[in-house]
Structures are given as structure tokens and as C-alpha cells.
Design a binder for this molecule. Structure first.
Ligand code: TYC
Length: 113
């Protein structure tokens, strides 16, 4: 979408604002904010359960999932994916519900990138 836009404070040409006033055109591309989804380590959730979650909800292969699970286990947490707000929220809910149903204390959170 092309829109006429008045830029009073961001002149890139050595002109006074009176020149830019009618000549600048800017392409508006509203990029949506992205959210990191993170898994947190704990002492009780079985490793294979976490691997299963990464395969099931984040589309990882078994070896990718195992590798990332070990990173969370060793470092305390890791980003497991970056999504739009709605998708991130859905992933967090899916993981938290699945863990709760299986009575594991696994925690999954999201944070604006
Ligand atoms: N630390 C857990 C164990 O030793 C494994 C684990 C990994 C738990 C990743 C949570 O997000 C997690 N059984």
C-alpha cells in the first residue's frame, strides 16, 4: 500500500521540511511482532517426554528434538521456535496442557523478540 506521508523529523535530504512535505512517499509494510517460545528445564520431566513434545508440537525430527532437549537440560532453557503472537500462544497452551495432563512440571513460556 502506498501512502503519502509527511516526515517532519526524519529528513534524509539536505532540504528544509518545506520541500519534503510534498515529495516524500513511503511504502508501509507493517511487520508483525515475533515471539520466542521457550522451554525451561526442571529436575522431574523425563527427557523422552520433552523430546516427544518437540517432535509433536514443533515439527522437529527425533535427532533435532533430542539435541534441543539436551541444550535445555544443560543450559536451563532454550528458544524452541519463533512465531506470531497467536501461534506462540497456541504452542505454549498445547505444551502446558499436555505436560499437565501427564503430570509433569514442564514449563513453556513466550517472550517478545
Ligand atoms: N532435566 C530433565 C531430566 O533430567 C530433562 C528435561 C529437559 C526437563 C528439558 C525439562 O525442558 C526440559 N529428566
Amino acid at each position: 500500500m502506498l501512502d503519502r506521508l509527511v516526515m517532519m523529523s526524519d529528513n534524509d535530504a539536505p532540504n528544509g521540511p518545506e520541500e519534503d512535505l510534498l515529495t516524500e512517499t513511503k511504502t508501509k509494510t507493517a511487520k508483525p511482532p515475533l515471539y520466542k517460545v521457550m522451554l525451561l528445564n526442571d529436575d522431574y520431566t523425563p527427557m523422552e517426554f520433552v523430546v516427544h513434545i518437540l517432535e509433536r508440537f514443533f515439527g522437529m525430527s527425533h535427532s533435532q528434538a533430542f539435541e534441543l532437549m539436551l541444550i535445555v537440560h544443560k543450559k536451563g532453557l532454550a528458544v524452541v521456535g519463533v512465531f506470531s503472537f497467536e501461534v506462540a500462544e497456541t504452542k505454549v497452551s498445547q505444551v502446558m496442557d499436555f505436560a499437565r495432563r501427564h503430570q509433569h512440571p514442564l514449563q513453556c513460556t513466550m517472550e517478545k523478540e
